[in-house]
Design a binder for this molecule. Structure first.
Ligand code: DQA
Length: 144
């Protein structure tokens, strides 16, 4: 079983970016953490980060027929991108949405997620451990 972990814009700035909200761990830490979680779940893992909406759409399309599960933190595109929603719906790959912060207890505009319309589950506000939760949950779900 192979998972694709996608991170959207500005998540490469973890550790520098608003540490009071997103924590002090950097993006390299997140990637190591995610790879360890995939190992623990017994799944192969590919990771992808982009600051560009179209690049994320392209990567989701490329996953068709090759990837069994997607864990995505679309970052700011969560709240704006019909294109990422449509890409996820197009490929039909089971997806879990993750947010480091609790998008429901921040600004009003963060409460709406387009991507959640294509996600089997959304995990928000659990910090970086939310990615592990997503990976383990999706692996269990797909083995049912
Ligand atoms: C985020 C929340 C989004 O609202 C924000 O734009 C991000 C990160 C999170 O992980 O908490 O860039 O997805």
């Amino acid at each position: 079983m192979k998972f694709l972990i996608i991170n959207g814009p500005n998540l490469n700035m973890l550790g520098i970016r608003e540490p009071g909200i997103y924590g002090k761990q950097d993006f390299a830490y997140l990637l190591d953490y995610v790879k360890q979680a995939c190992d623990d779940a017994g799944v192969e893992c590919e990771t992808f980060q982009s600051n560009h909406e179209g690049a994320i759409v392209d990567r989701i399309q490329e996953a068709y027929g090759k990837i069994d599960g997607i864990v995505i933190n679309p970052a700011a595109y969560t709240h704006t991108s019909v294109a990422i929603l449509d890409a996820l719906k197009s490929v039909g790959i089971p997806t879990v949405e993750v947010h480091i912060s609790d998008i429901n207890s921040r600004e009003e505009f963060r409460k709406h997620s387009y991507v959640s319309l294509a996600a089997k589950k959304t995990i928000a506000g659990h910090g970086i451990p939310g990615y592990r939760e997503a990976i383990l949950w999706l692996a269990d779900e797909l083995r049912k």
